[in-house]
Design a binder for this molecule. Structure first.
Ligand code: ZN
Length: 508
């Protein structure tokens, strides 16, 4: 990762190492932590370093977390590529794990393993670090992976897939196309479409069609999001939705809504899609939806590997979904698209088909400009070789770029090459420097490997949960051993008495 010919990169490494050693030098010892309270310690450190308490706490916390991750620590101290701010991002992401998980060594072992796996394998020179958004996602996914079995040991059985809603009179017009699609997808659960459906490749569950993208070249399943949400089966163990409404000082009202992940993901997609098609803010879009001033059909794209048991299910904005949310959304999905076929799909038009765009989002996941983390689903697609200059509209000639970086590129401040196999983008800047940006979506080859290890990890997690349950059962059994021995003793005594009790002699 370190380019030794680049004096800036070398200077940065030296700085990272020095800064890290500074924080290690002021890190309180265990003995200090045992004998002096934290506030006093911080006050002393502020006096001697001039650094204020919040910053001290943040960076020292980052080190404490790093101490729970021995393999990552070795990596940090061997490469000096991950600086204190990066460690802080990891710390803050890990702090979102429930407390119970933070006490679980398995969580830390797994996190250590995942982070080292993701951060220590420079596949190419000039490789950039995982973006902060991506690293947060890696940590969040690990939390989801390790947590689910504990939190929902017996989640409700998978509900029967909802049949595609019948066209009901009085519903909005988008509903009508649901009728069309229903014919193809009447089998319901992850309905497949055409011969593509046989593939065991990654798939994209396409619930409903997005109003503003048009219906492309075939009928697409459409649903009214409100209807969709009403159709979701109630889920035990999921906190009931909560709504908090506050009046702010200036008289405005503040709404806070808490819902389960599946419902929230549908709402998020609906709001975003209305905002995008009407070119309004998401807040305004939500108001219009709630007041019935806008109707929409909503498309929710899910990505999952069909050839890996227990594969994670990805949503372009939510990341890896919890098992329950994934199941609920898959149950109402109406279309499956083979993304391996989409990788090679081609259209003569300038605008990619929905399928090609879905592939690009699933491969790129974020704007491909080095360091930009704008979600791919929200940005434009760029033809590497312009369409009017003969560049085809196909994934091998396209990447996702946010508006800002799209302009940068077209101003000829930078050019890129795209490796169609790996999805890596090689950026060539006007000053002669270059950088590689790796595709980070679930369809990128590196992520496919990760999906495999994810599945293995979940298996291990399940085995571990089973072992823990068995151990707990054994412990319970042991705990009762004394009482059982006493009870047994009393029984024996009673029987012995019965034998010798003349009054109770067996009848002759
Ligand atoms: Zn960008």
């Amino acid at each position: 990762m370190l380019n030794e010919d680049d004096p800036h990169a070398v200077a940065r490494t030296i700085n990272t190492a020095g800064n890290y050693r500074f924080w290690r030098a002021i890190q309180p010892t265990d003995e200090q932590l045992d004998t002096v309270d934290w506030t006093t310690l911080l006050a002393g450190l502020t006096r001697s370093t001039g650094i204020e308490a919040p910053r001290l706490t943040a960076y020292l916390d980052a080190l404490t977390t790093l101490d729970q991750l021995p393999r990552l620590r070795t990596l940090v101290e061997a490469t000096w590529v991950l600086d204190m701010d990066y460690l802080r991002i990891i710390d803050r992401a890990a702090a979102r794990a429930p407390l119970r998980l933070q006490d679980d060594p398995y969580f830390w072992e797994t996190l250590d393993e995942v982070l080292v796996e993701r951060l220590s394998t420079p596949r190419r020179a000039h490789q950039l670090l995982l973006k902060p958004g991506a690293i947060r996602q890696v940590v969040a996914t690990t939390i989801t992976t390790v947590q689910t079995a504990d939190d929902h040991p017996a989640w409700p059985p998978v509900p029967e897939p909802d049949p595609p809603p019948e066209s009901e009179p009085g519903d909005n017009s988008e509903k009508n196309s649901e009728g069309e699609a229903g014919e193809d997808d009447s089998e319901g659960n992850v309905g497949t479409e055409g011969p593509e459906g046989d593939s065991d490749a990654d798939s994209e569950g396409n619930h409903t069609n997005d109003g503003d993208e048009g219906t492309a070249d075939r009928p697409q399943p459409c649903l009214d999001p409100a209807e969709l949400m009403r159709s979701l089966p109630p889920l035990e163990g999921t906190p009931a939705p909560g709504l908090w409404i506050d009046t702010e000082d200036n008289g405005t009202l503040r709404f806070e809504l808490s819902v389960d992940q599946a419902t929230g993901t549908l709402i998020r997609d609906a709001v975003w899609q209305v905002a995008r098609s009407a070119k309004i803010s998401q807040a305004r879009a939500m108001v219009m939806l709630l007041l019935g001033q806008a109707t929409t059909s909503v498309t929710t794209h899910l990505y999952t590997a069909k050839d890996v048991a227990d594969a994670p299910v990805f949503h372009p904005l939510a990341g890896v979904l919890t098992e329950q949310a994934a199941q609920r959304l898959l149950d109402i999905s109406t279309k499956t698209t083979d993304m391996d076929a989409a990788a090679g799909a081609y259209t003569p038009s300038y605008t990619p088909t929905d399928t090609i765009r879905a592939y690009l989002v699933g491969r790129d996941w974020a704007c491909r400009w080095p360091g930009c983390s704008a979600p791919a689903v929200k940005v434009d697609n760029d033809h590497r070789i312009n369409h009017h200059e003969g560049g085809p509209t196909t994934a091998a000639n396209m990447v996702m770029l946010c508006r800002h970086h799209h302009n940068r590129k077209t101003d000829v401040q930078a050019q890129y090459l795209l490796d169609p196999v790996t999805g890596d983008v090689f950026w060539l800047f006007a000053d002669g420097t270059w950088a590689v940006d790796h595709a980070e979506g679930p369809l990128a080859p590196a992520e496919k490997h990760w999906v495999q290890t994810y599945a293995q990890r979940r298996k291990r997690r399940a085995e571990r949960a089973a072992a823990r349950a068995a151990a707990a059962e054994f412990e319970d059994y042991q705990e009762g051993a004394e009482q059982r021995a006493e009870a047994h003793g009393r029984l024996e005594e009673a029987m012995a008495q019965t034998d010798t009790d003349p009054g109770r002699a067996p009848p002759e």
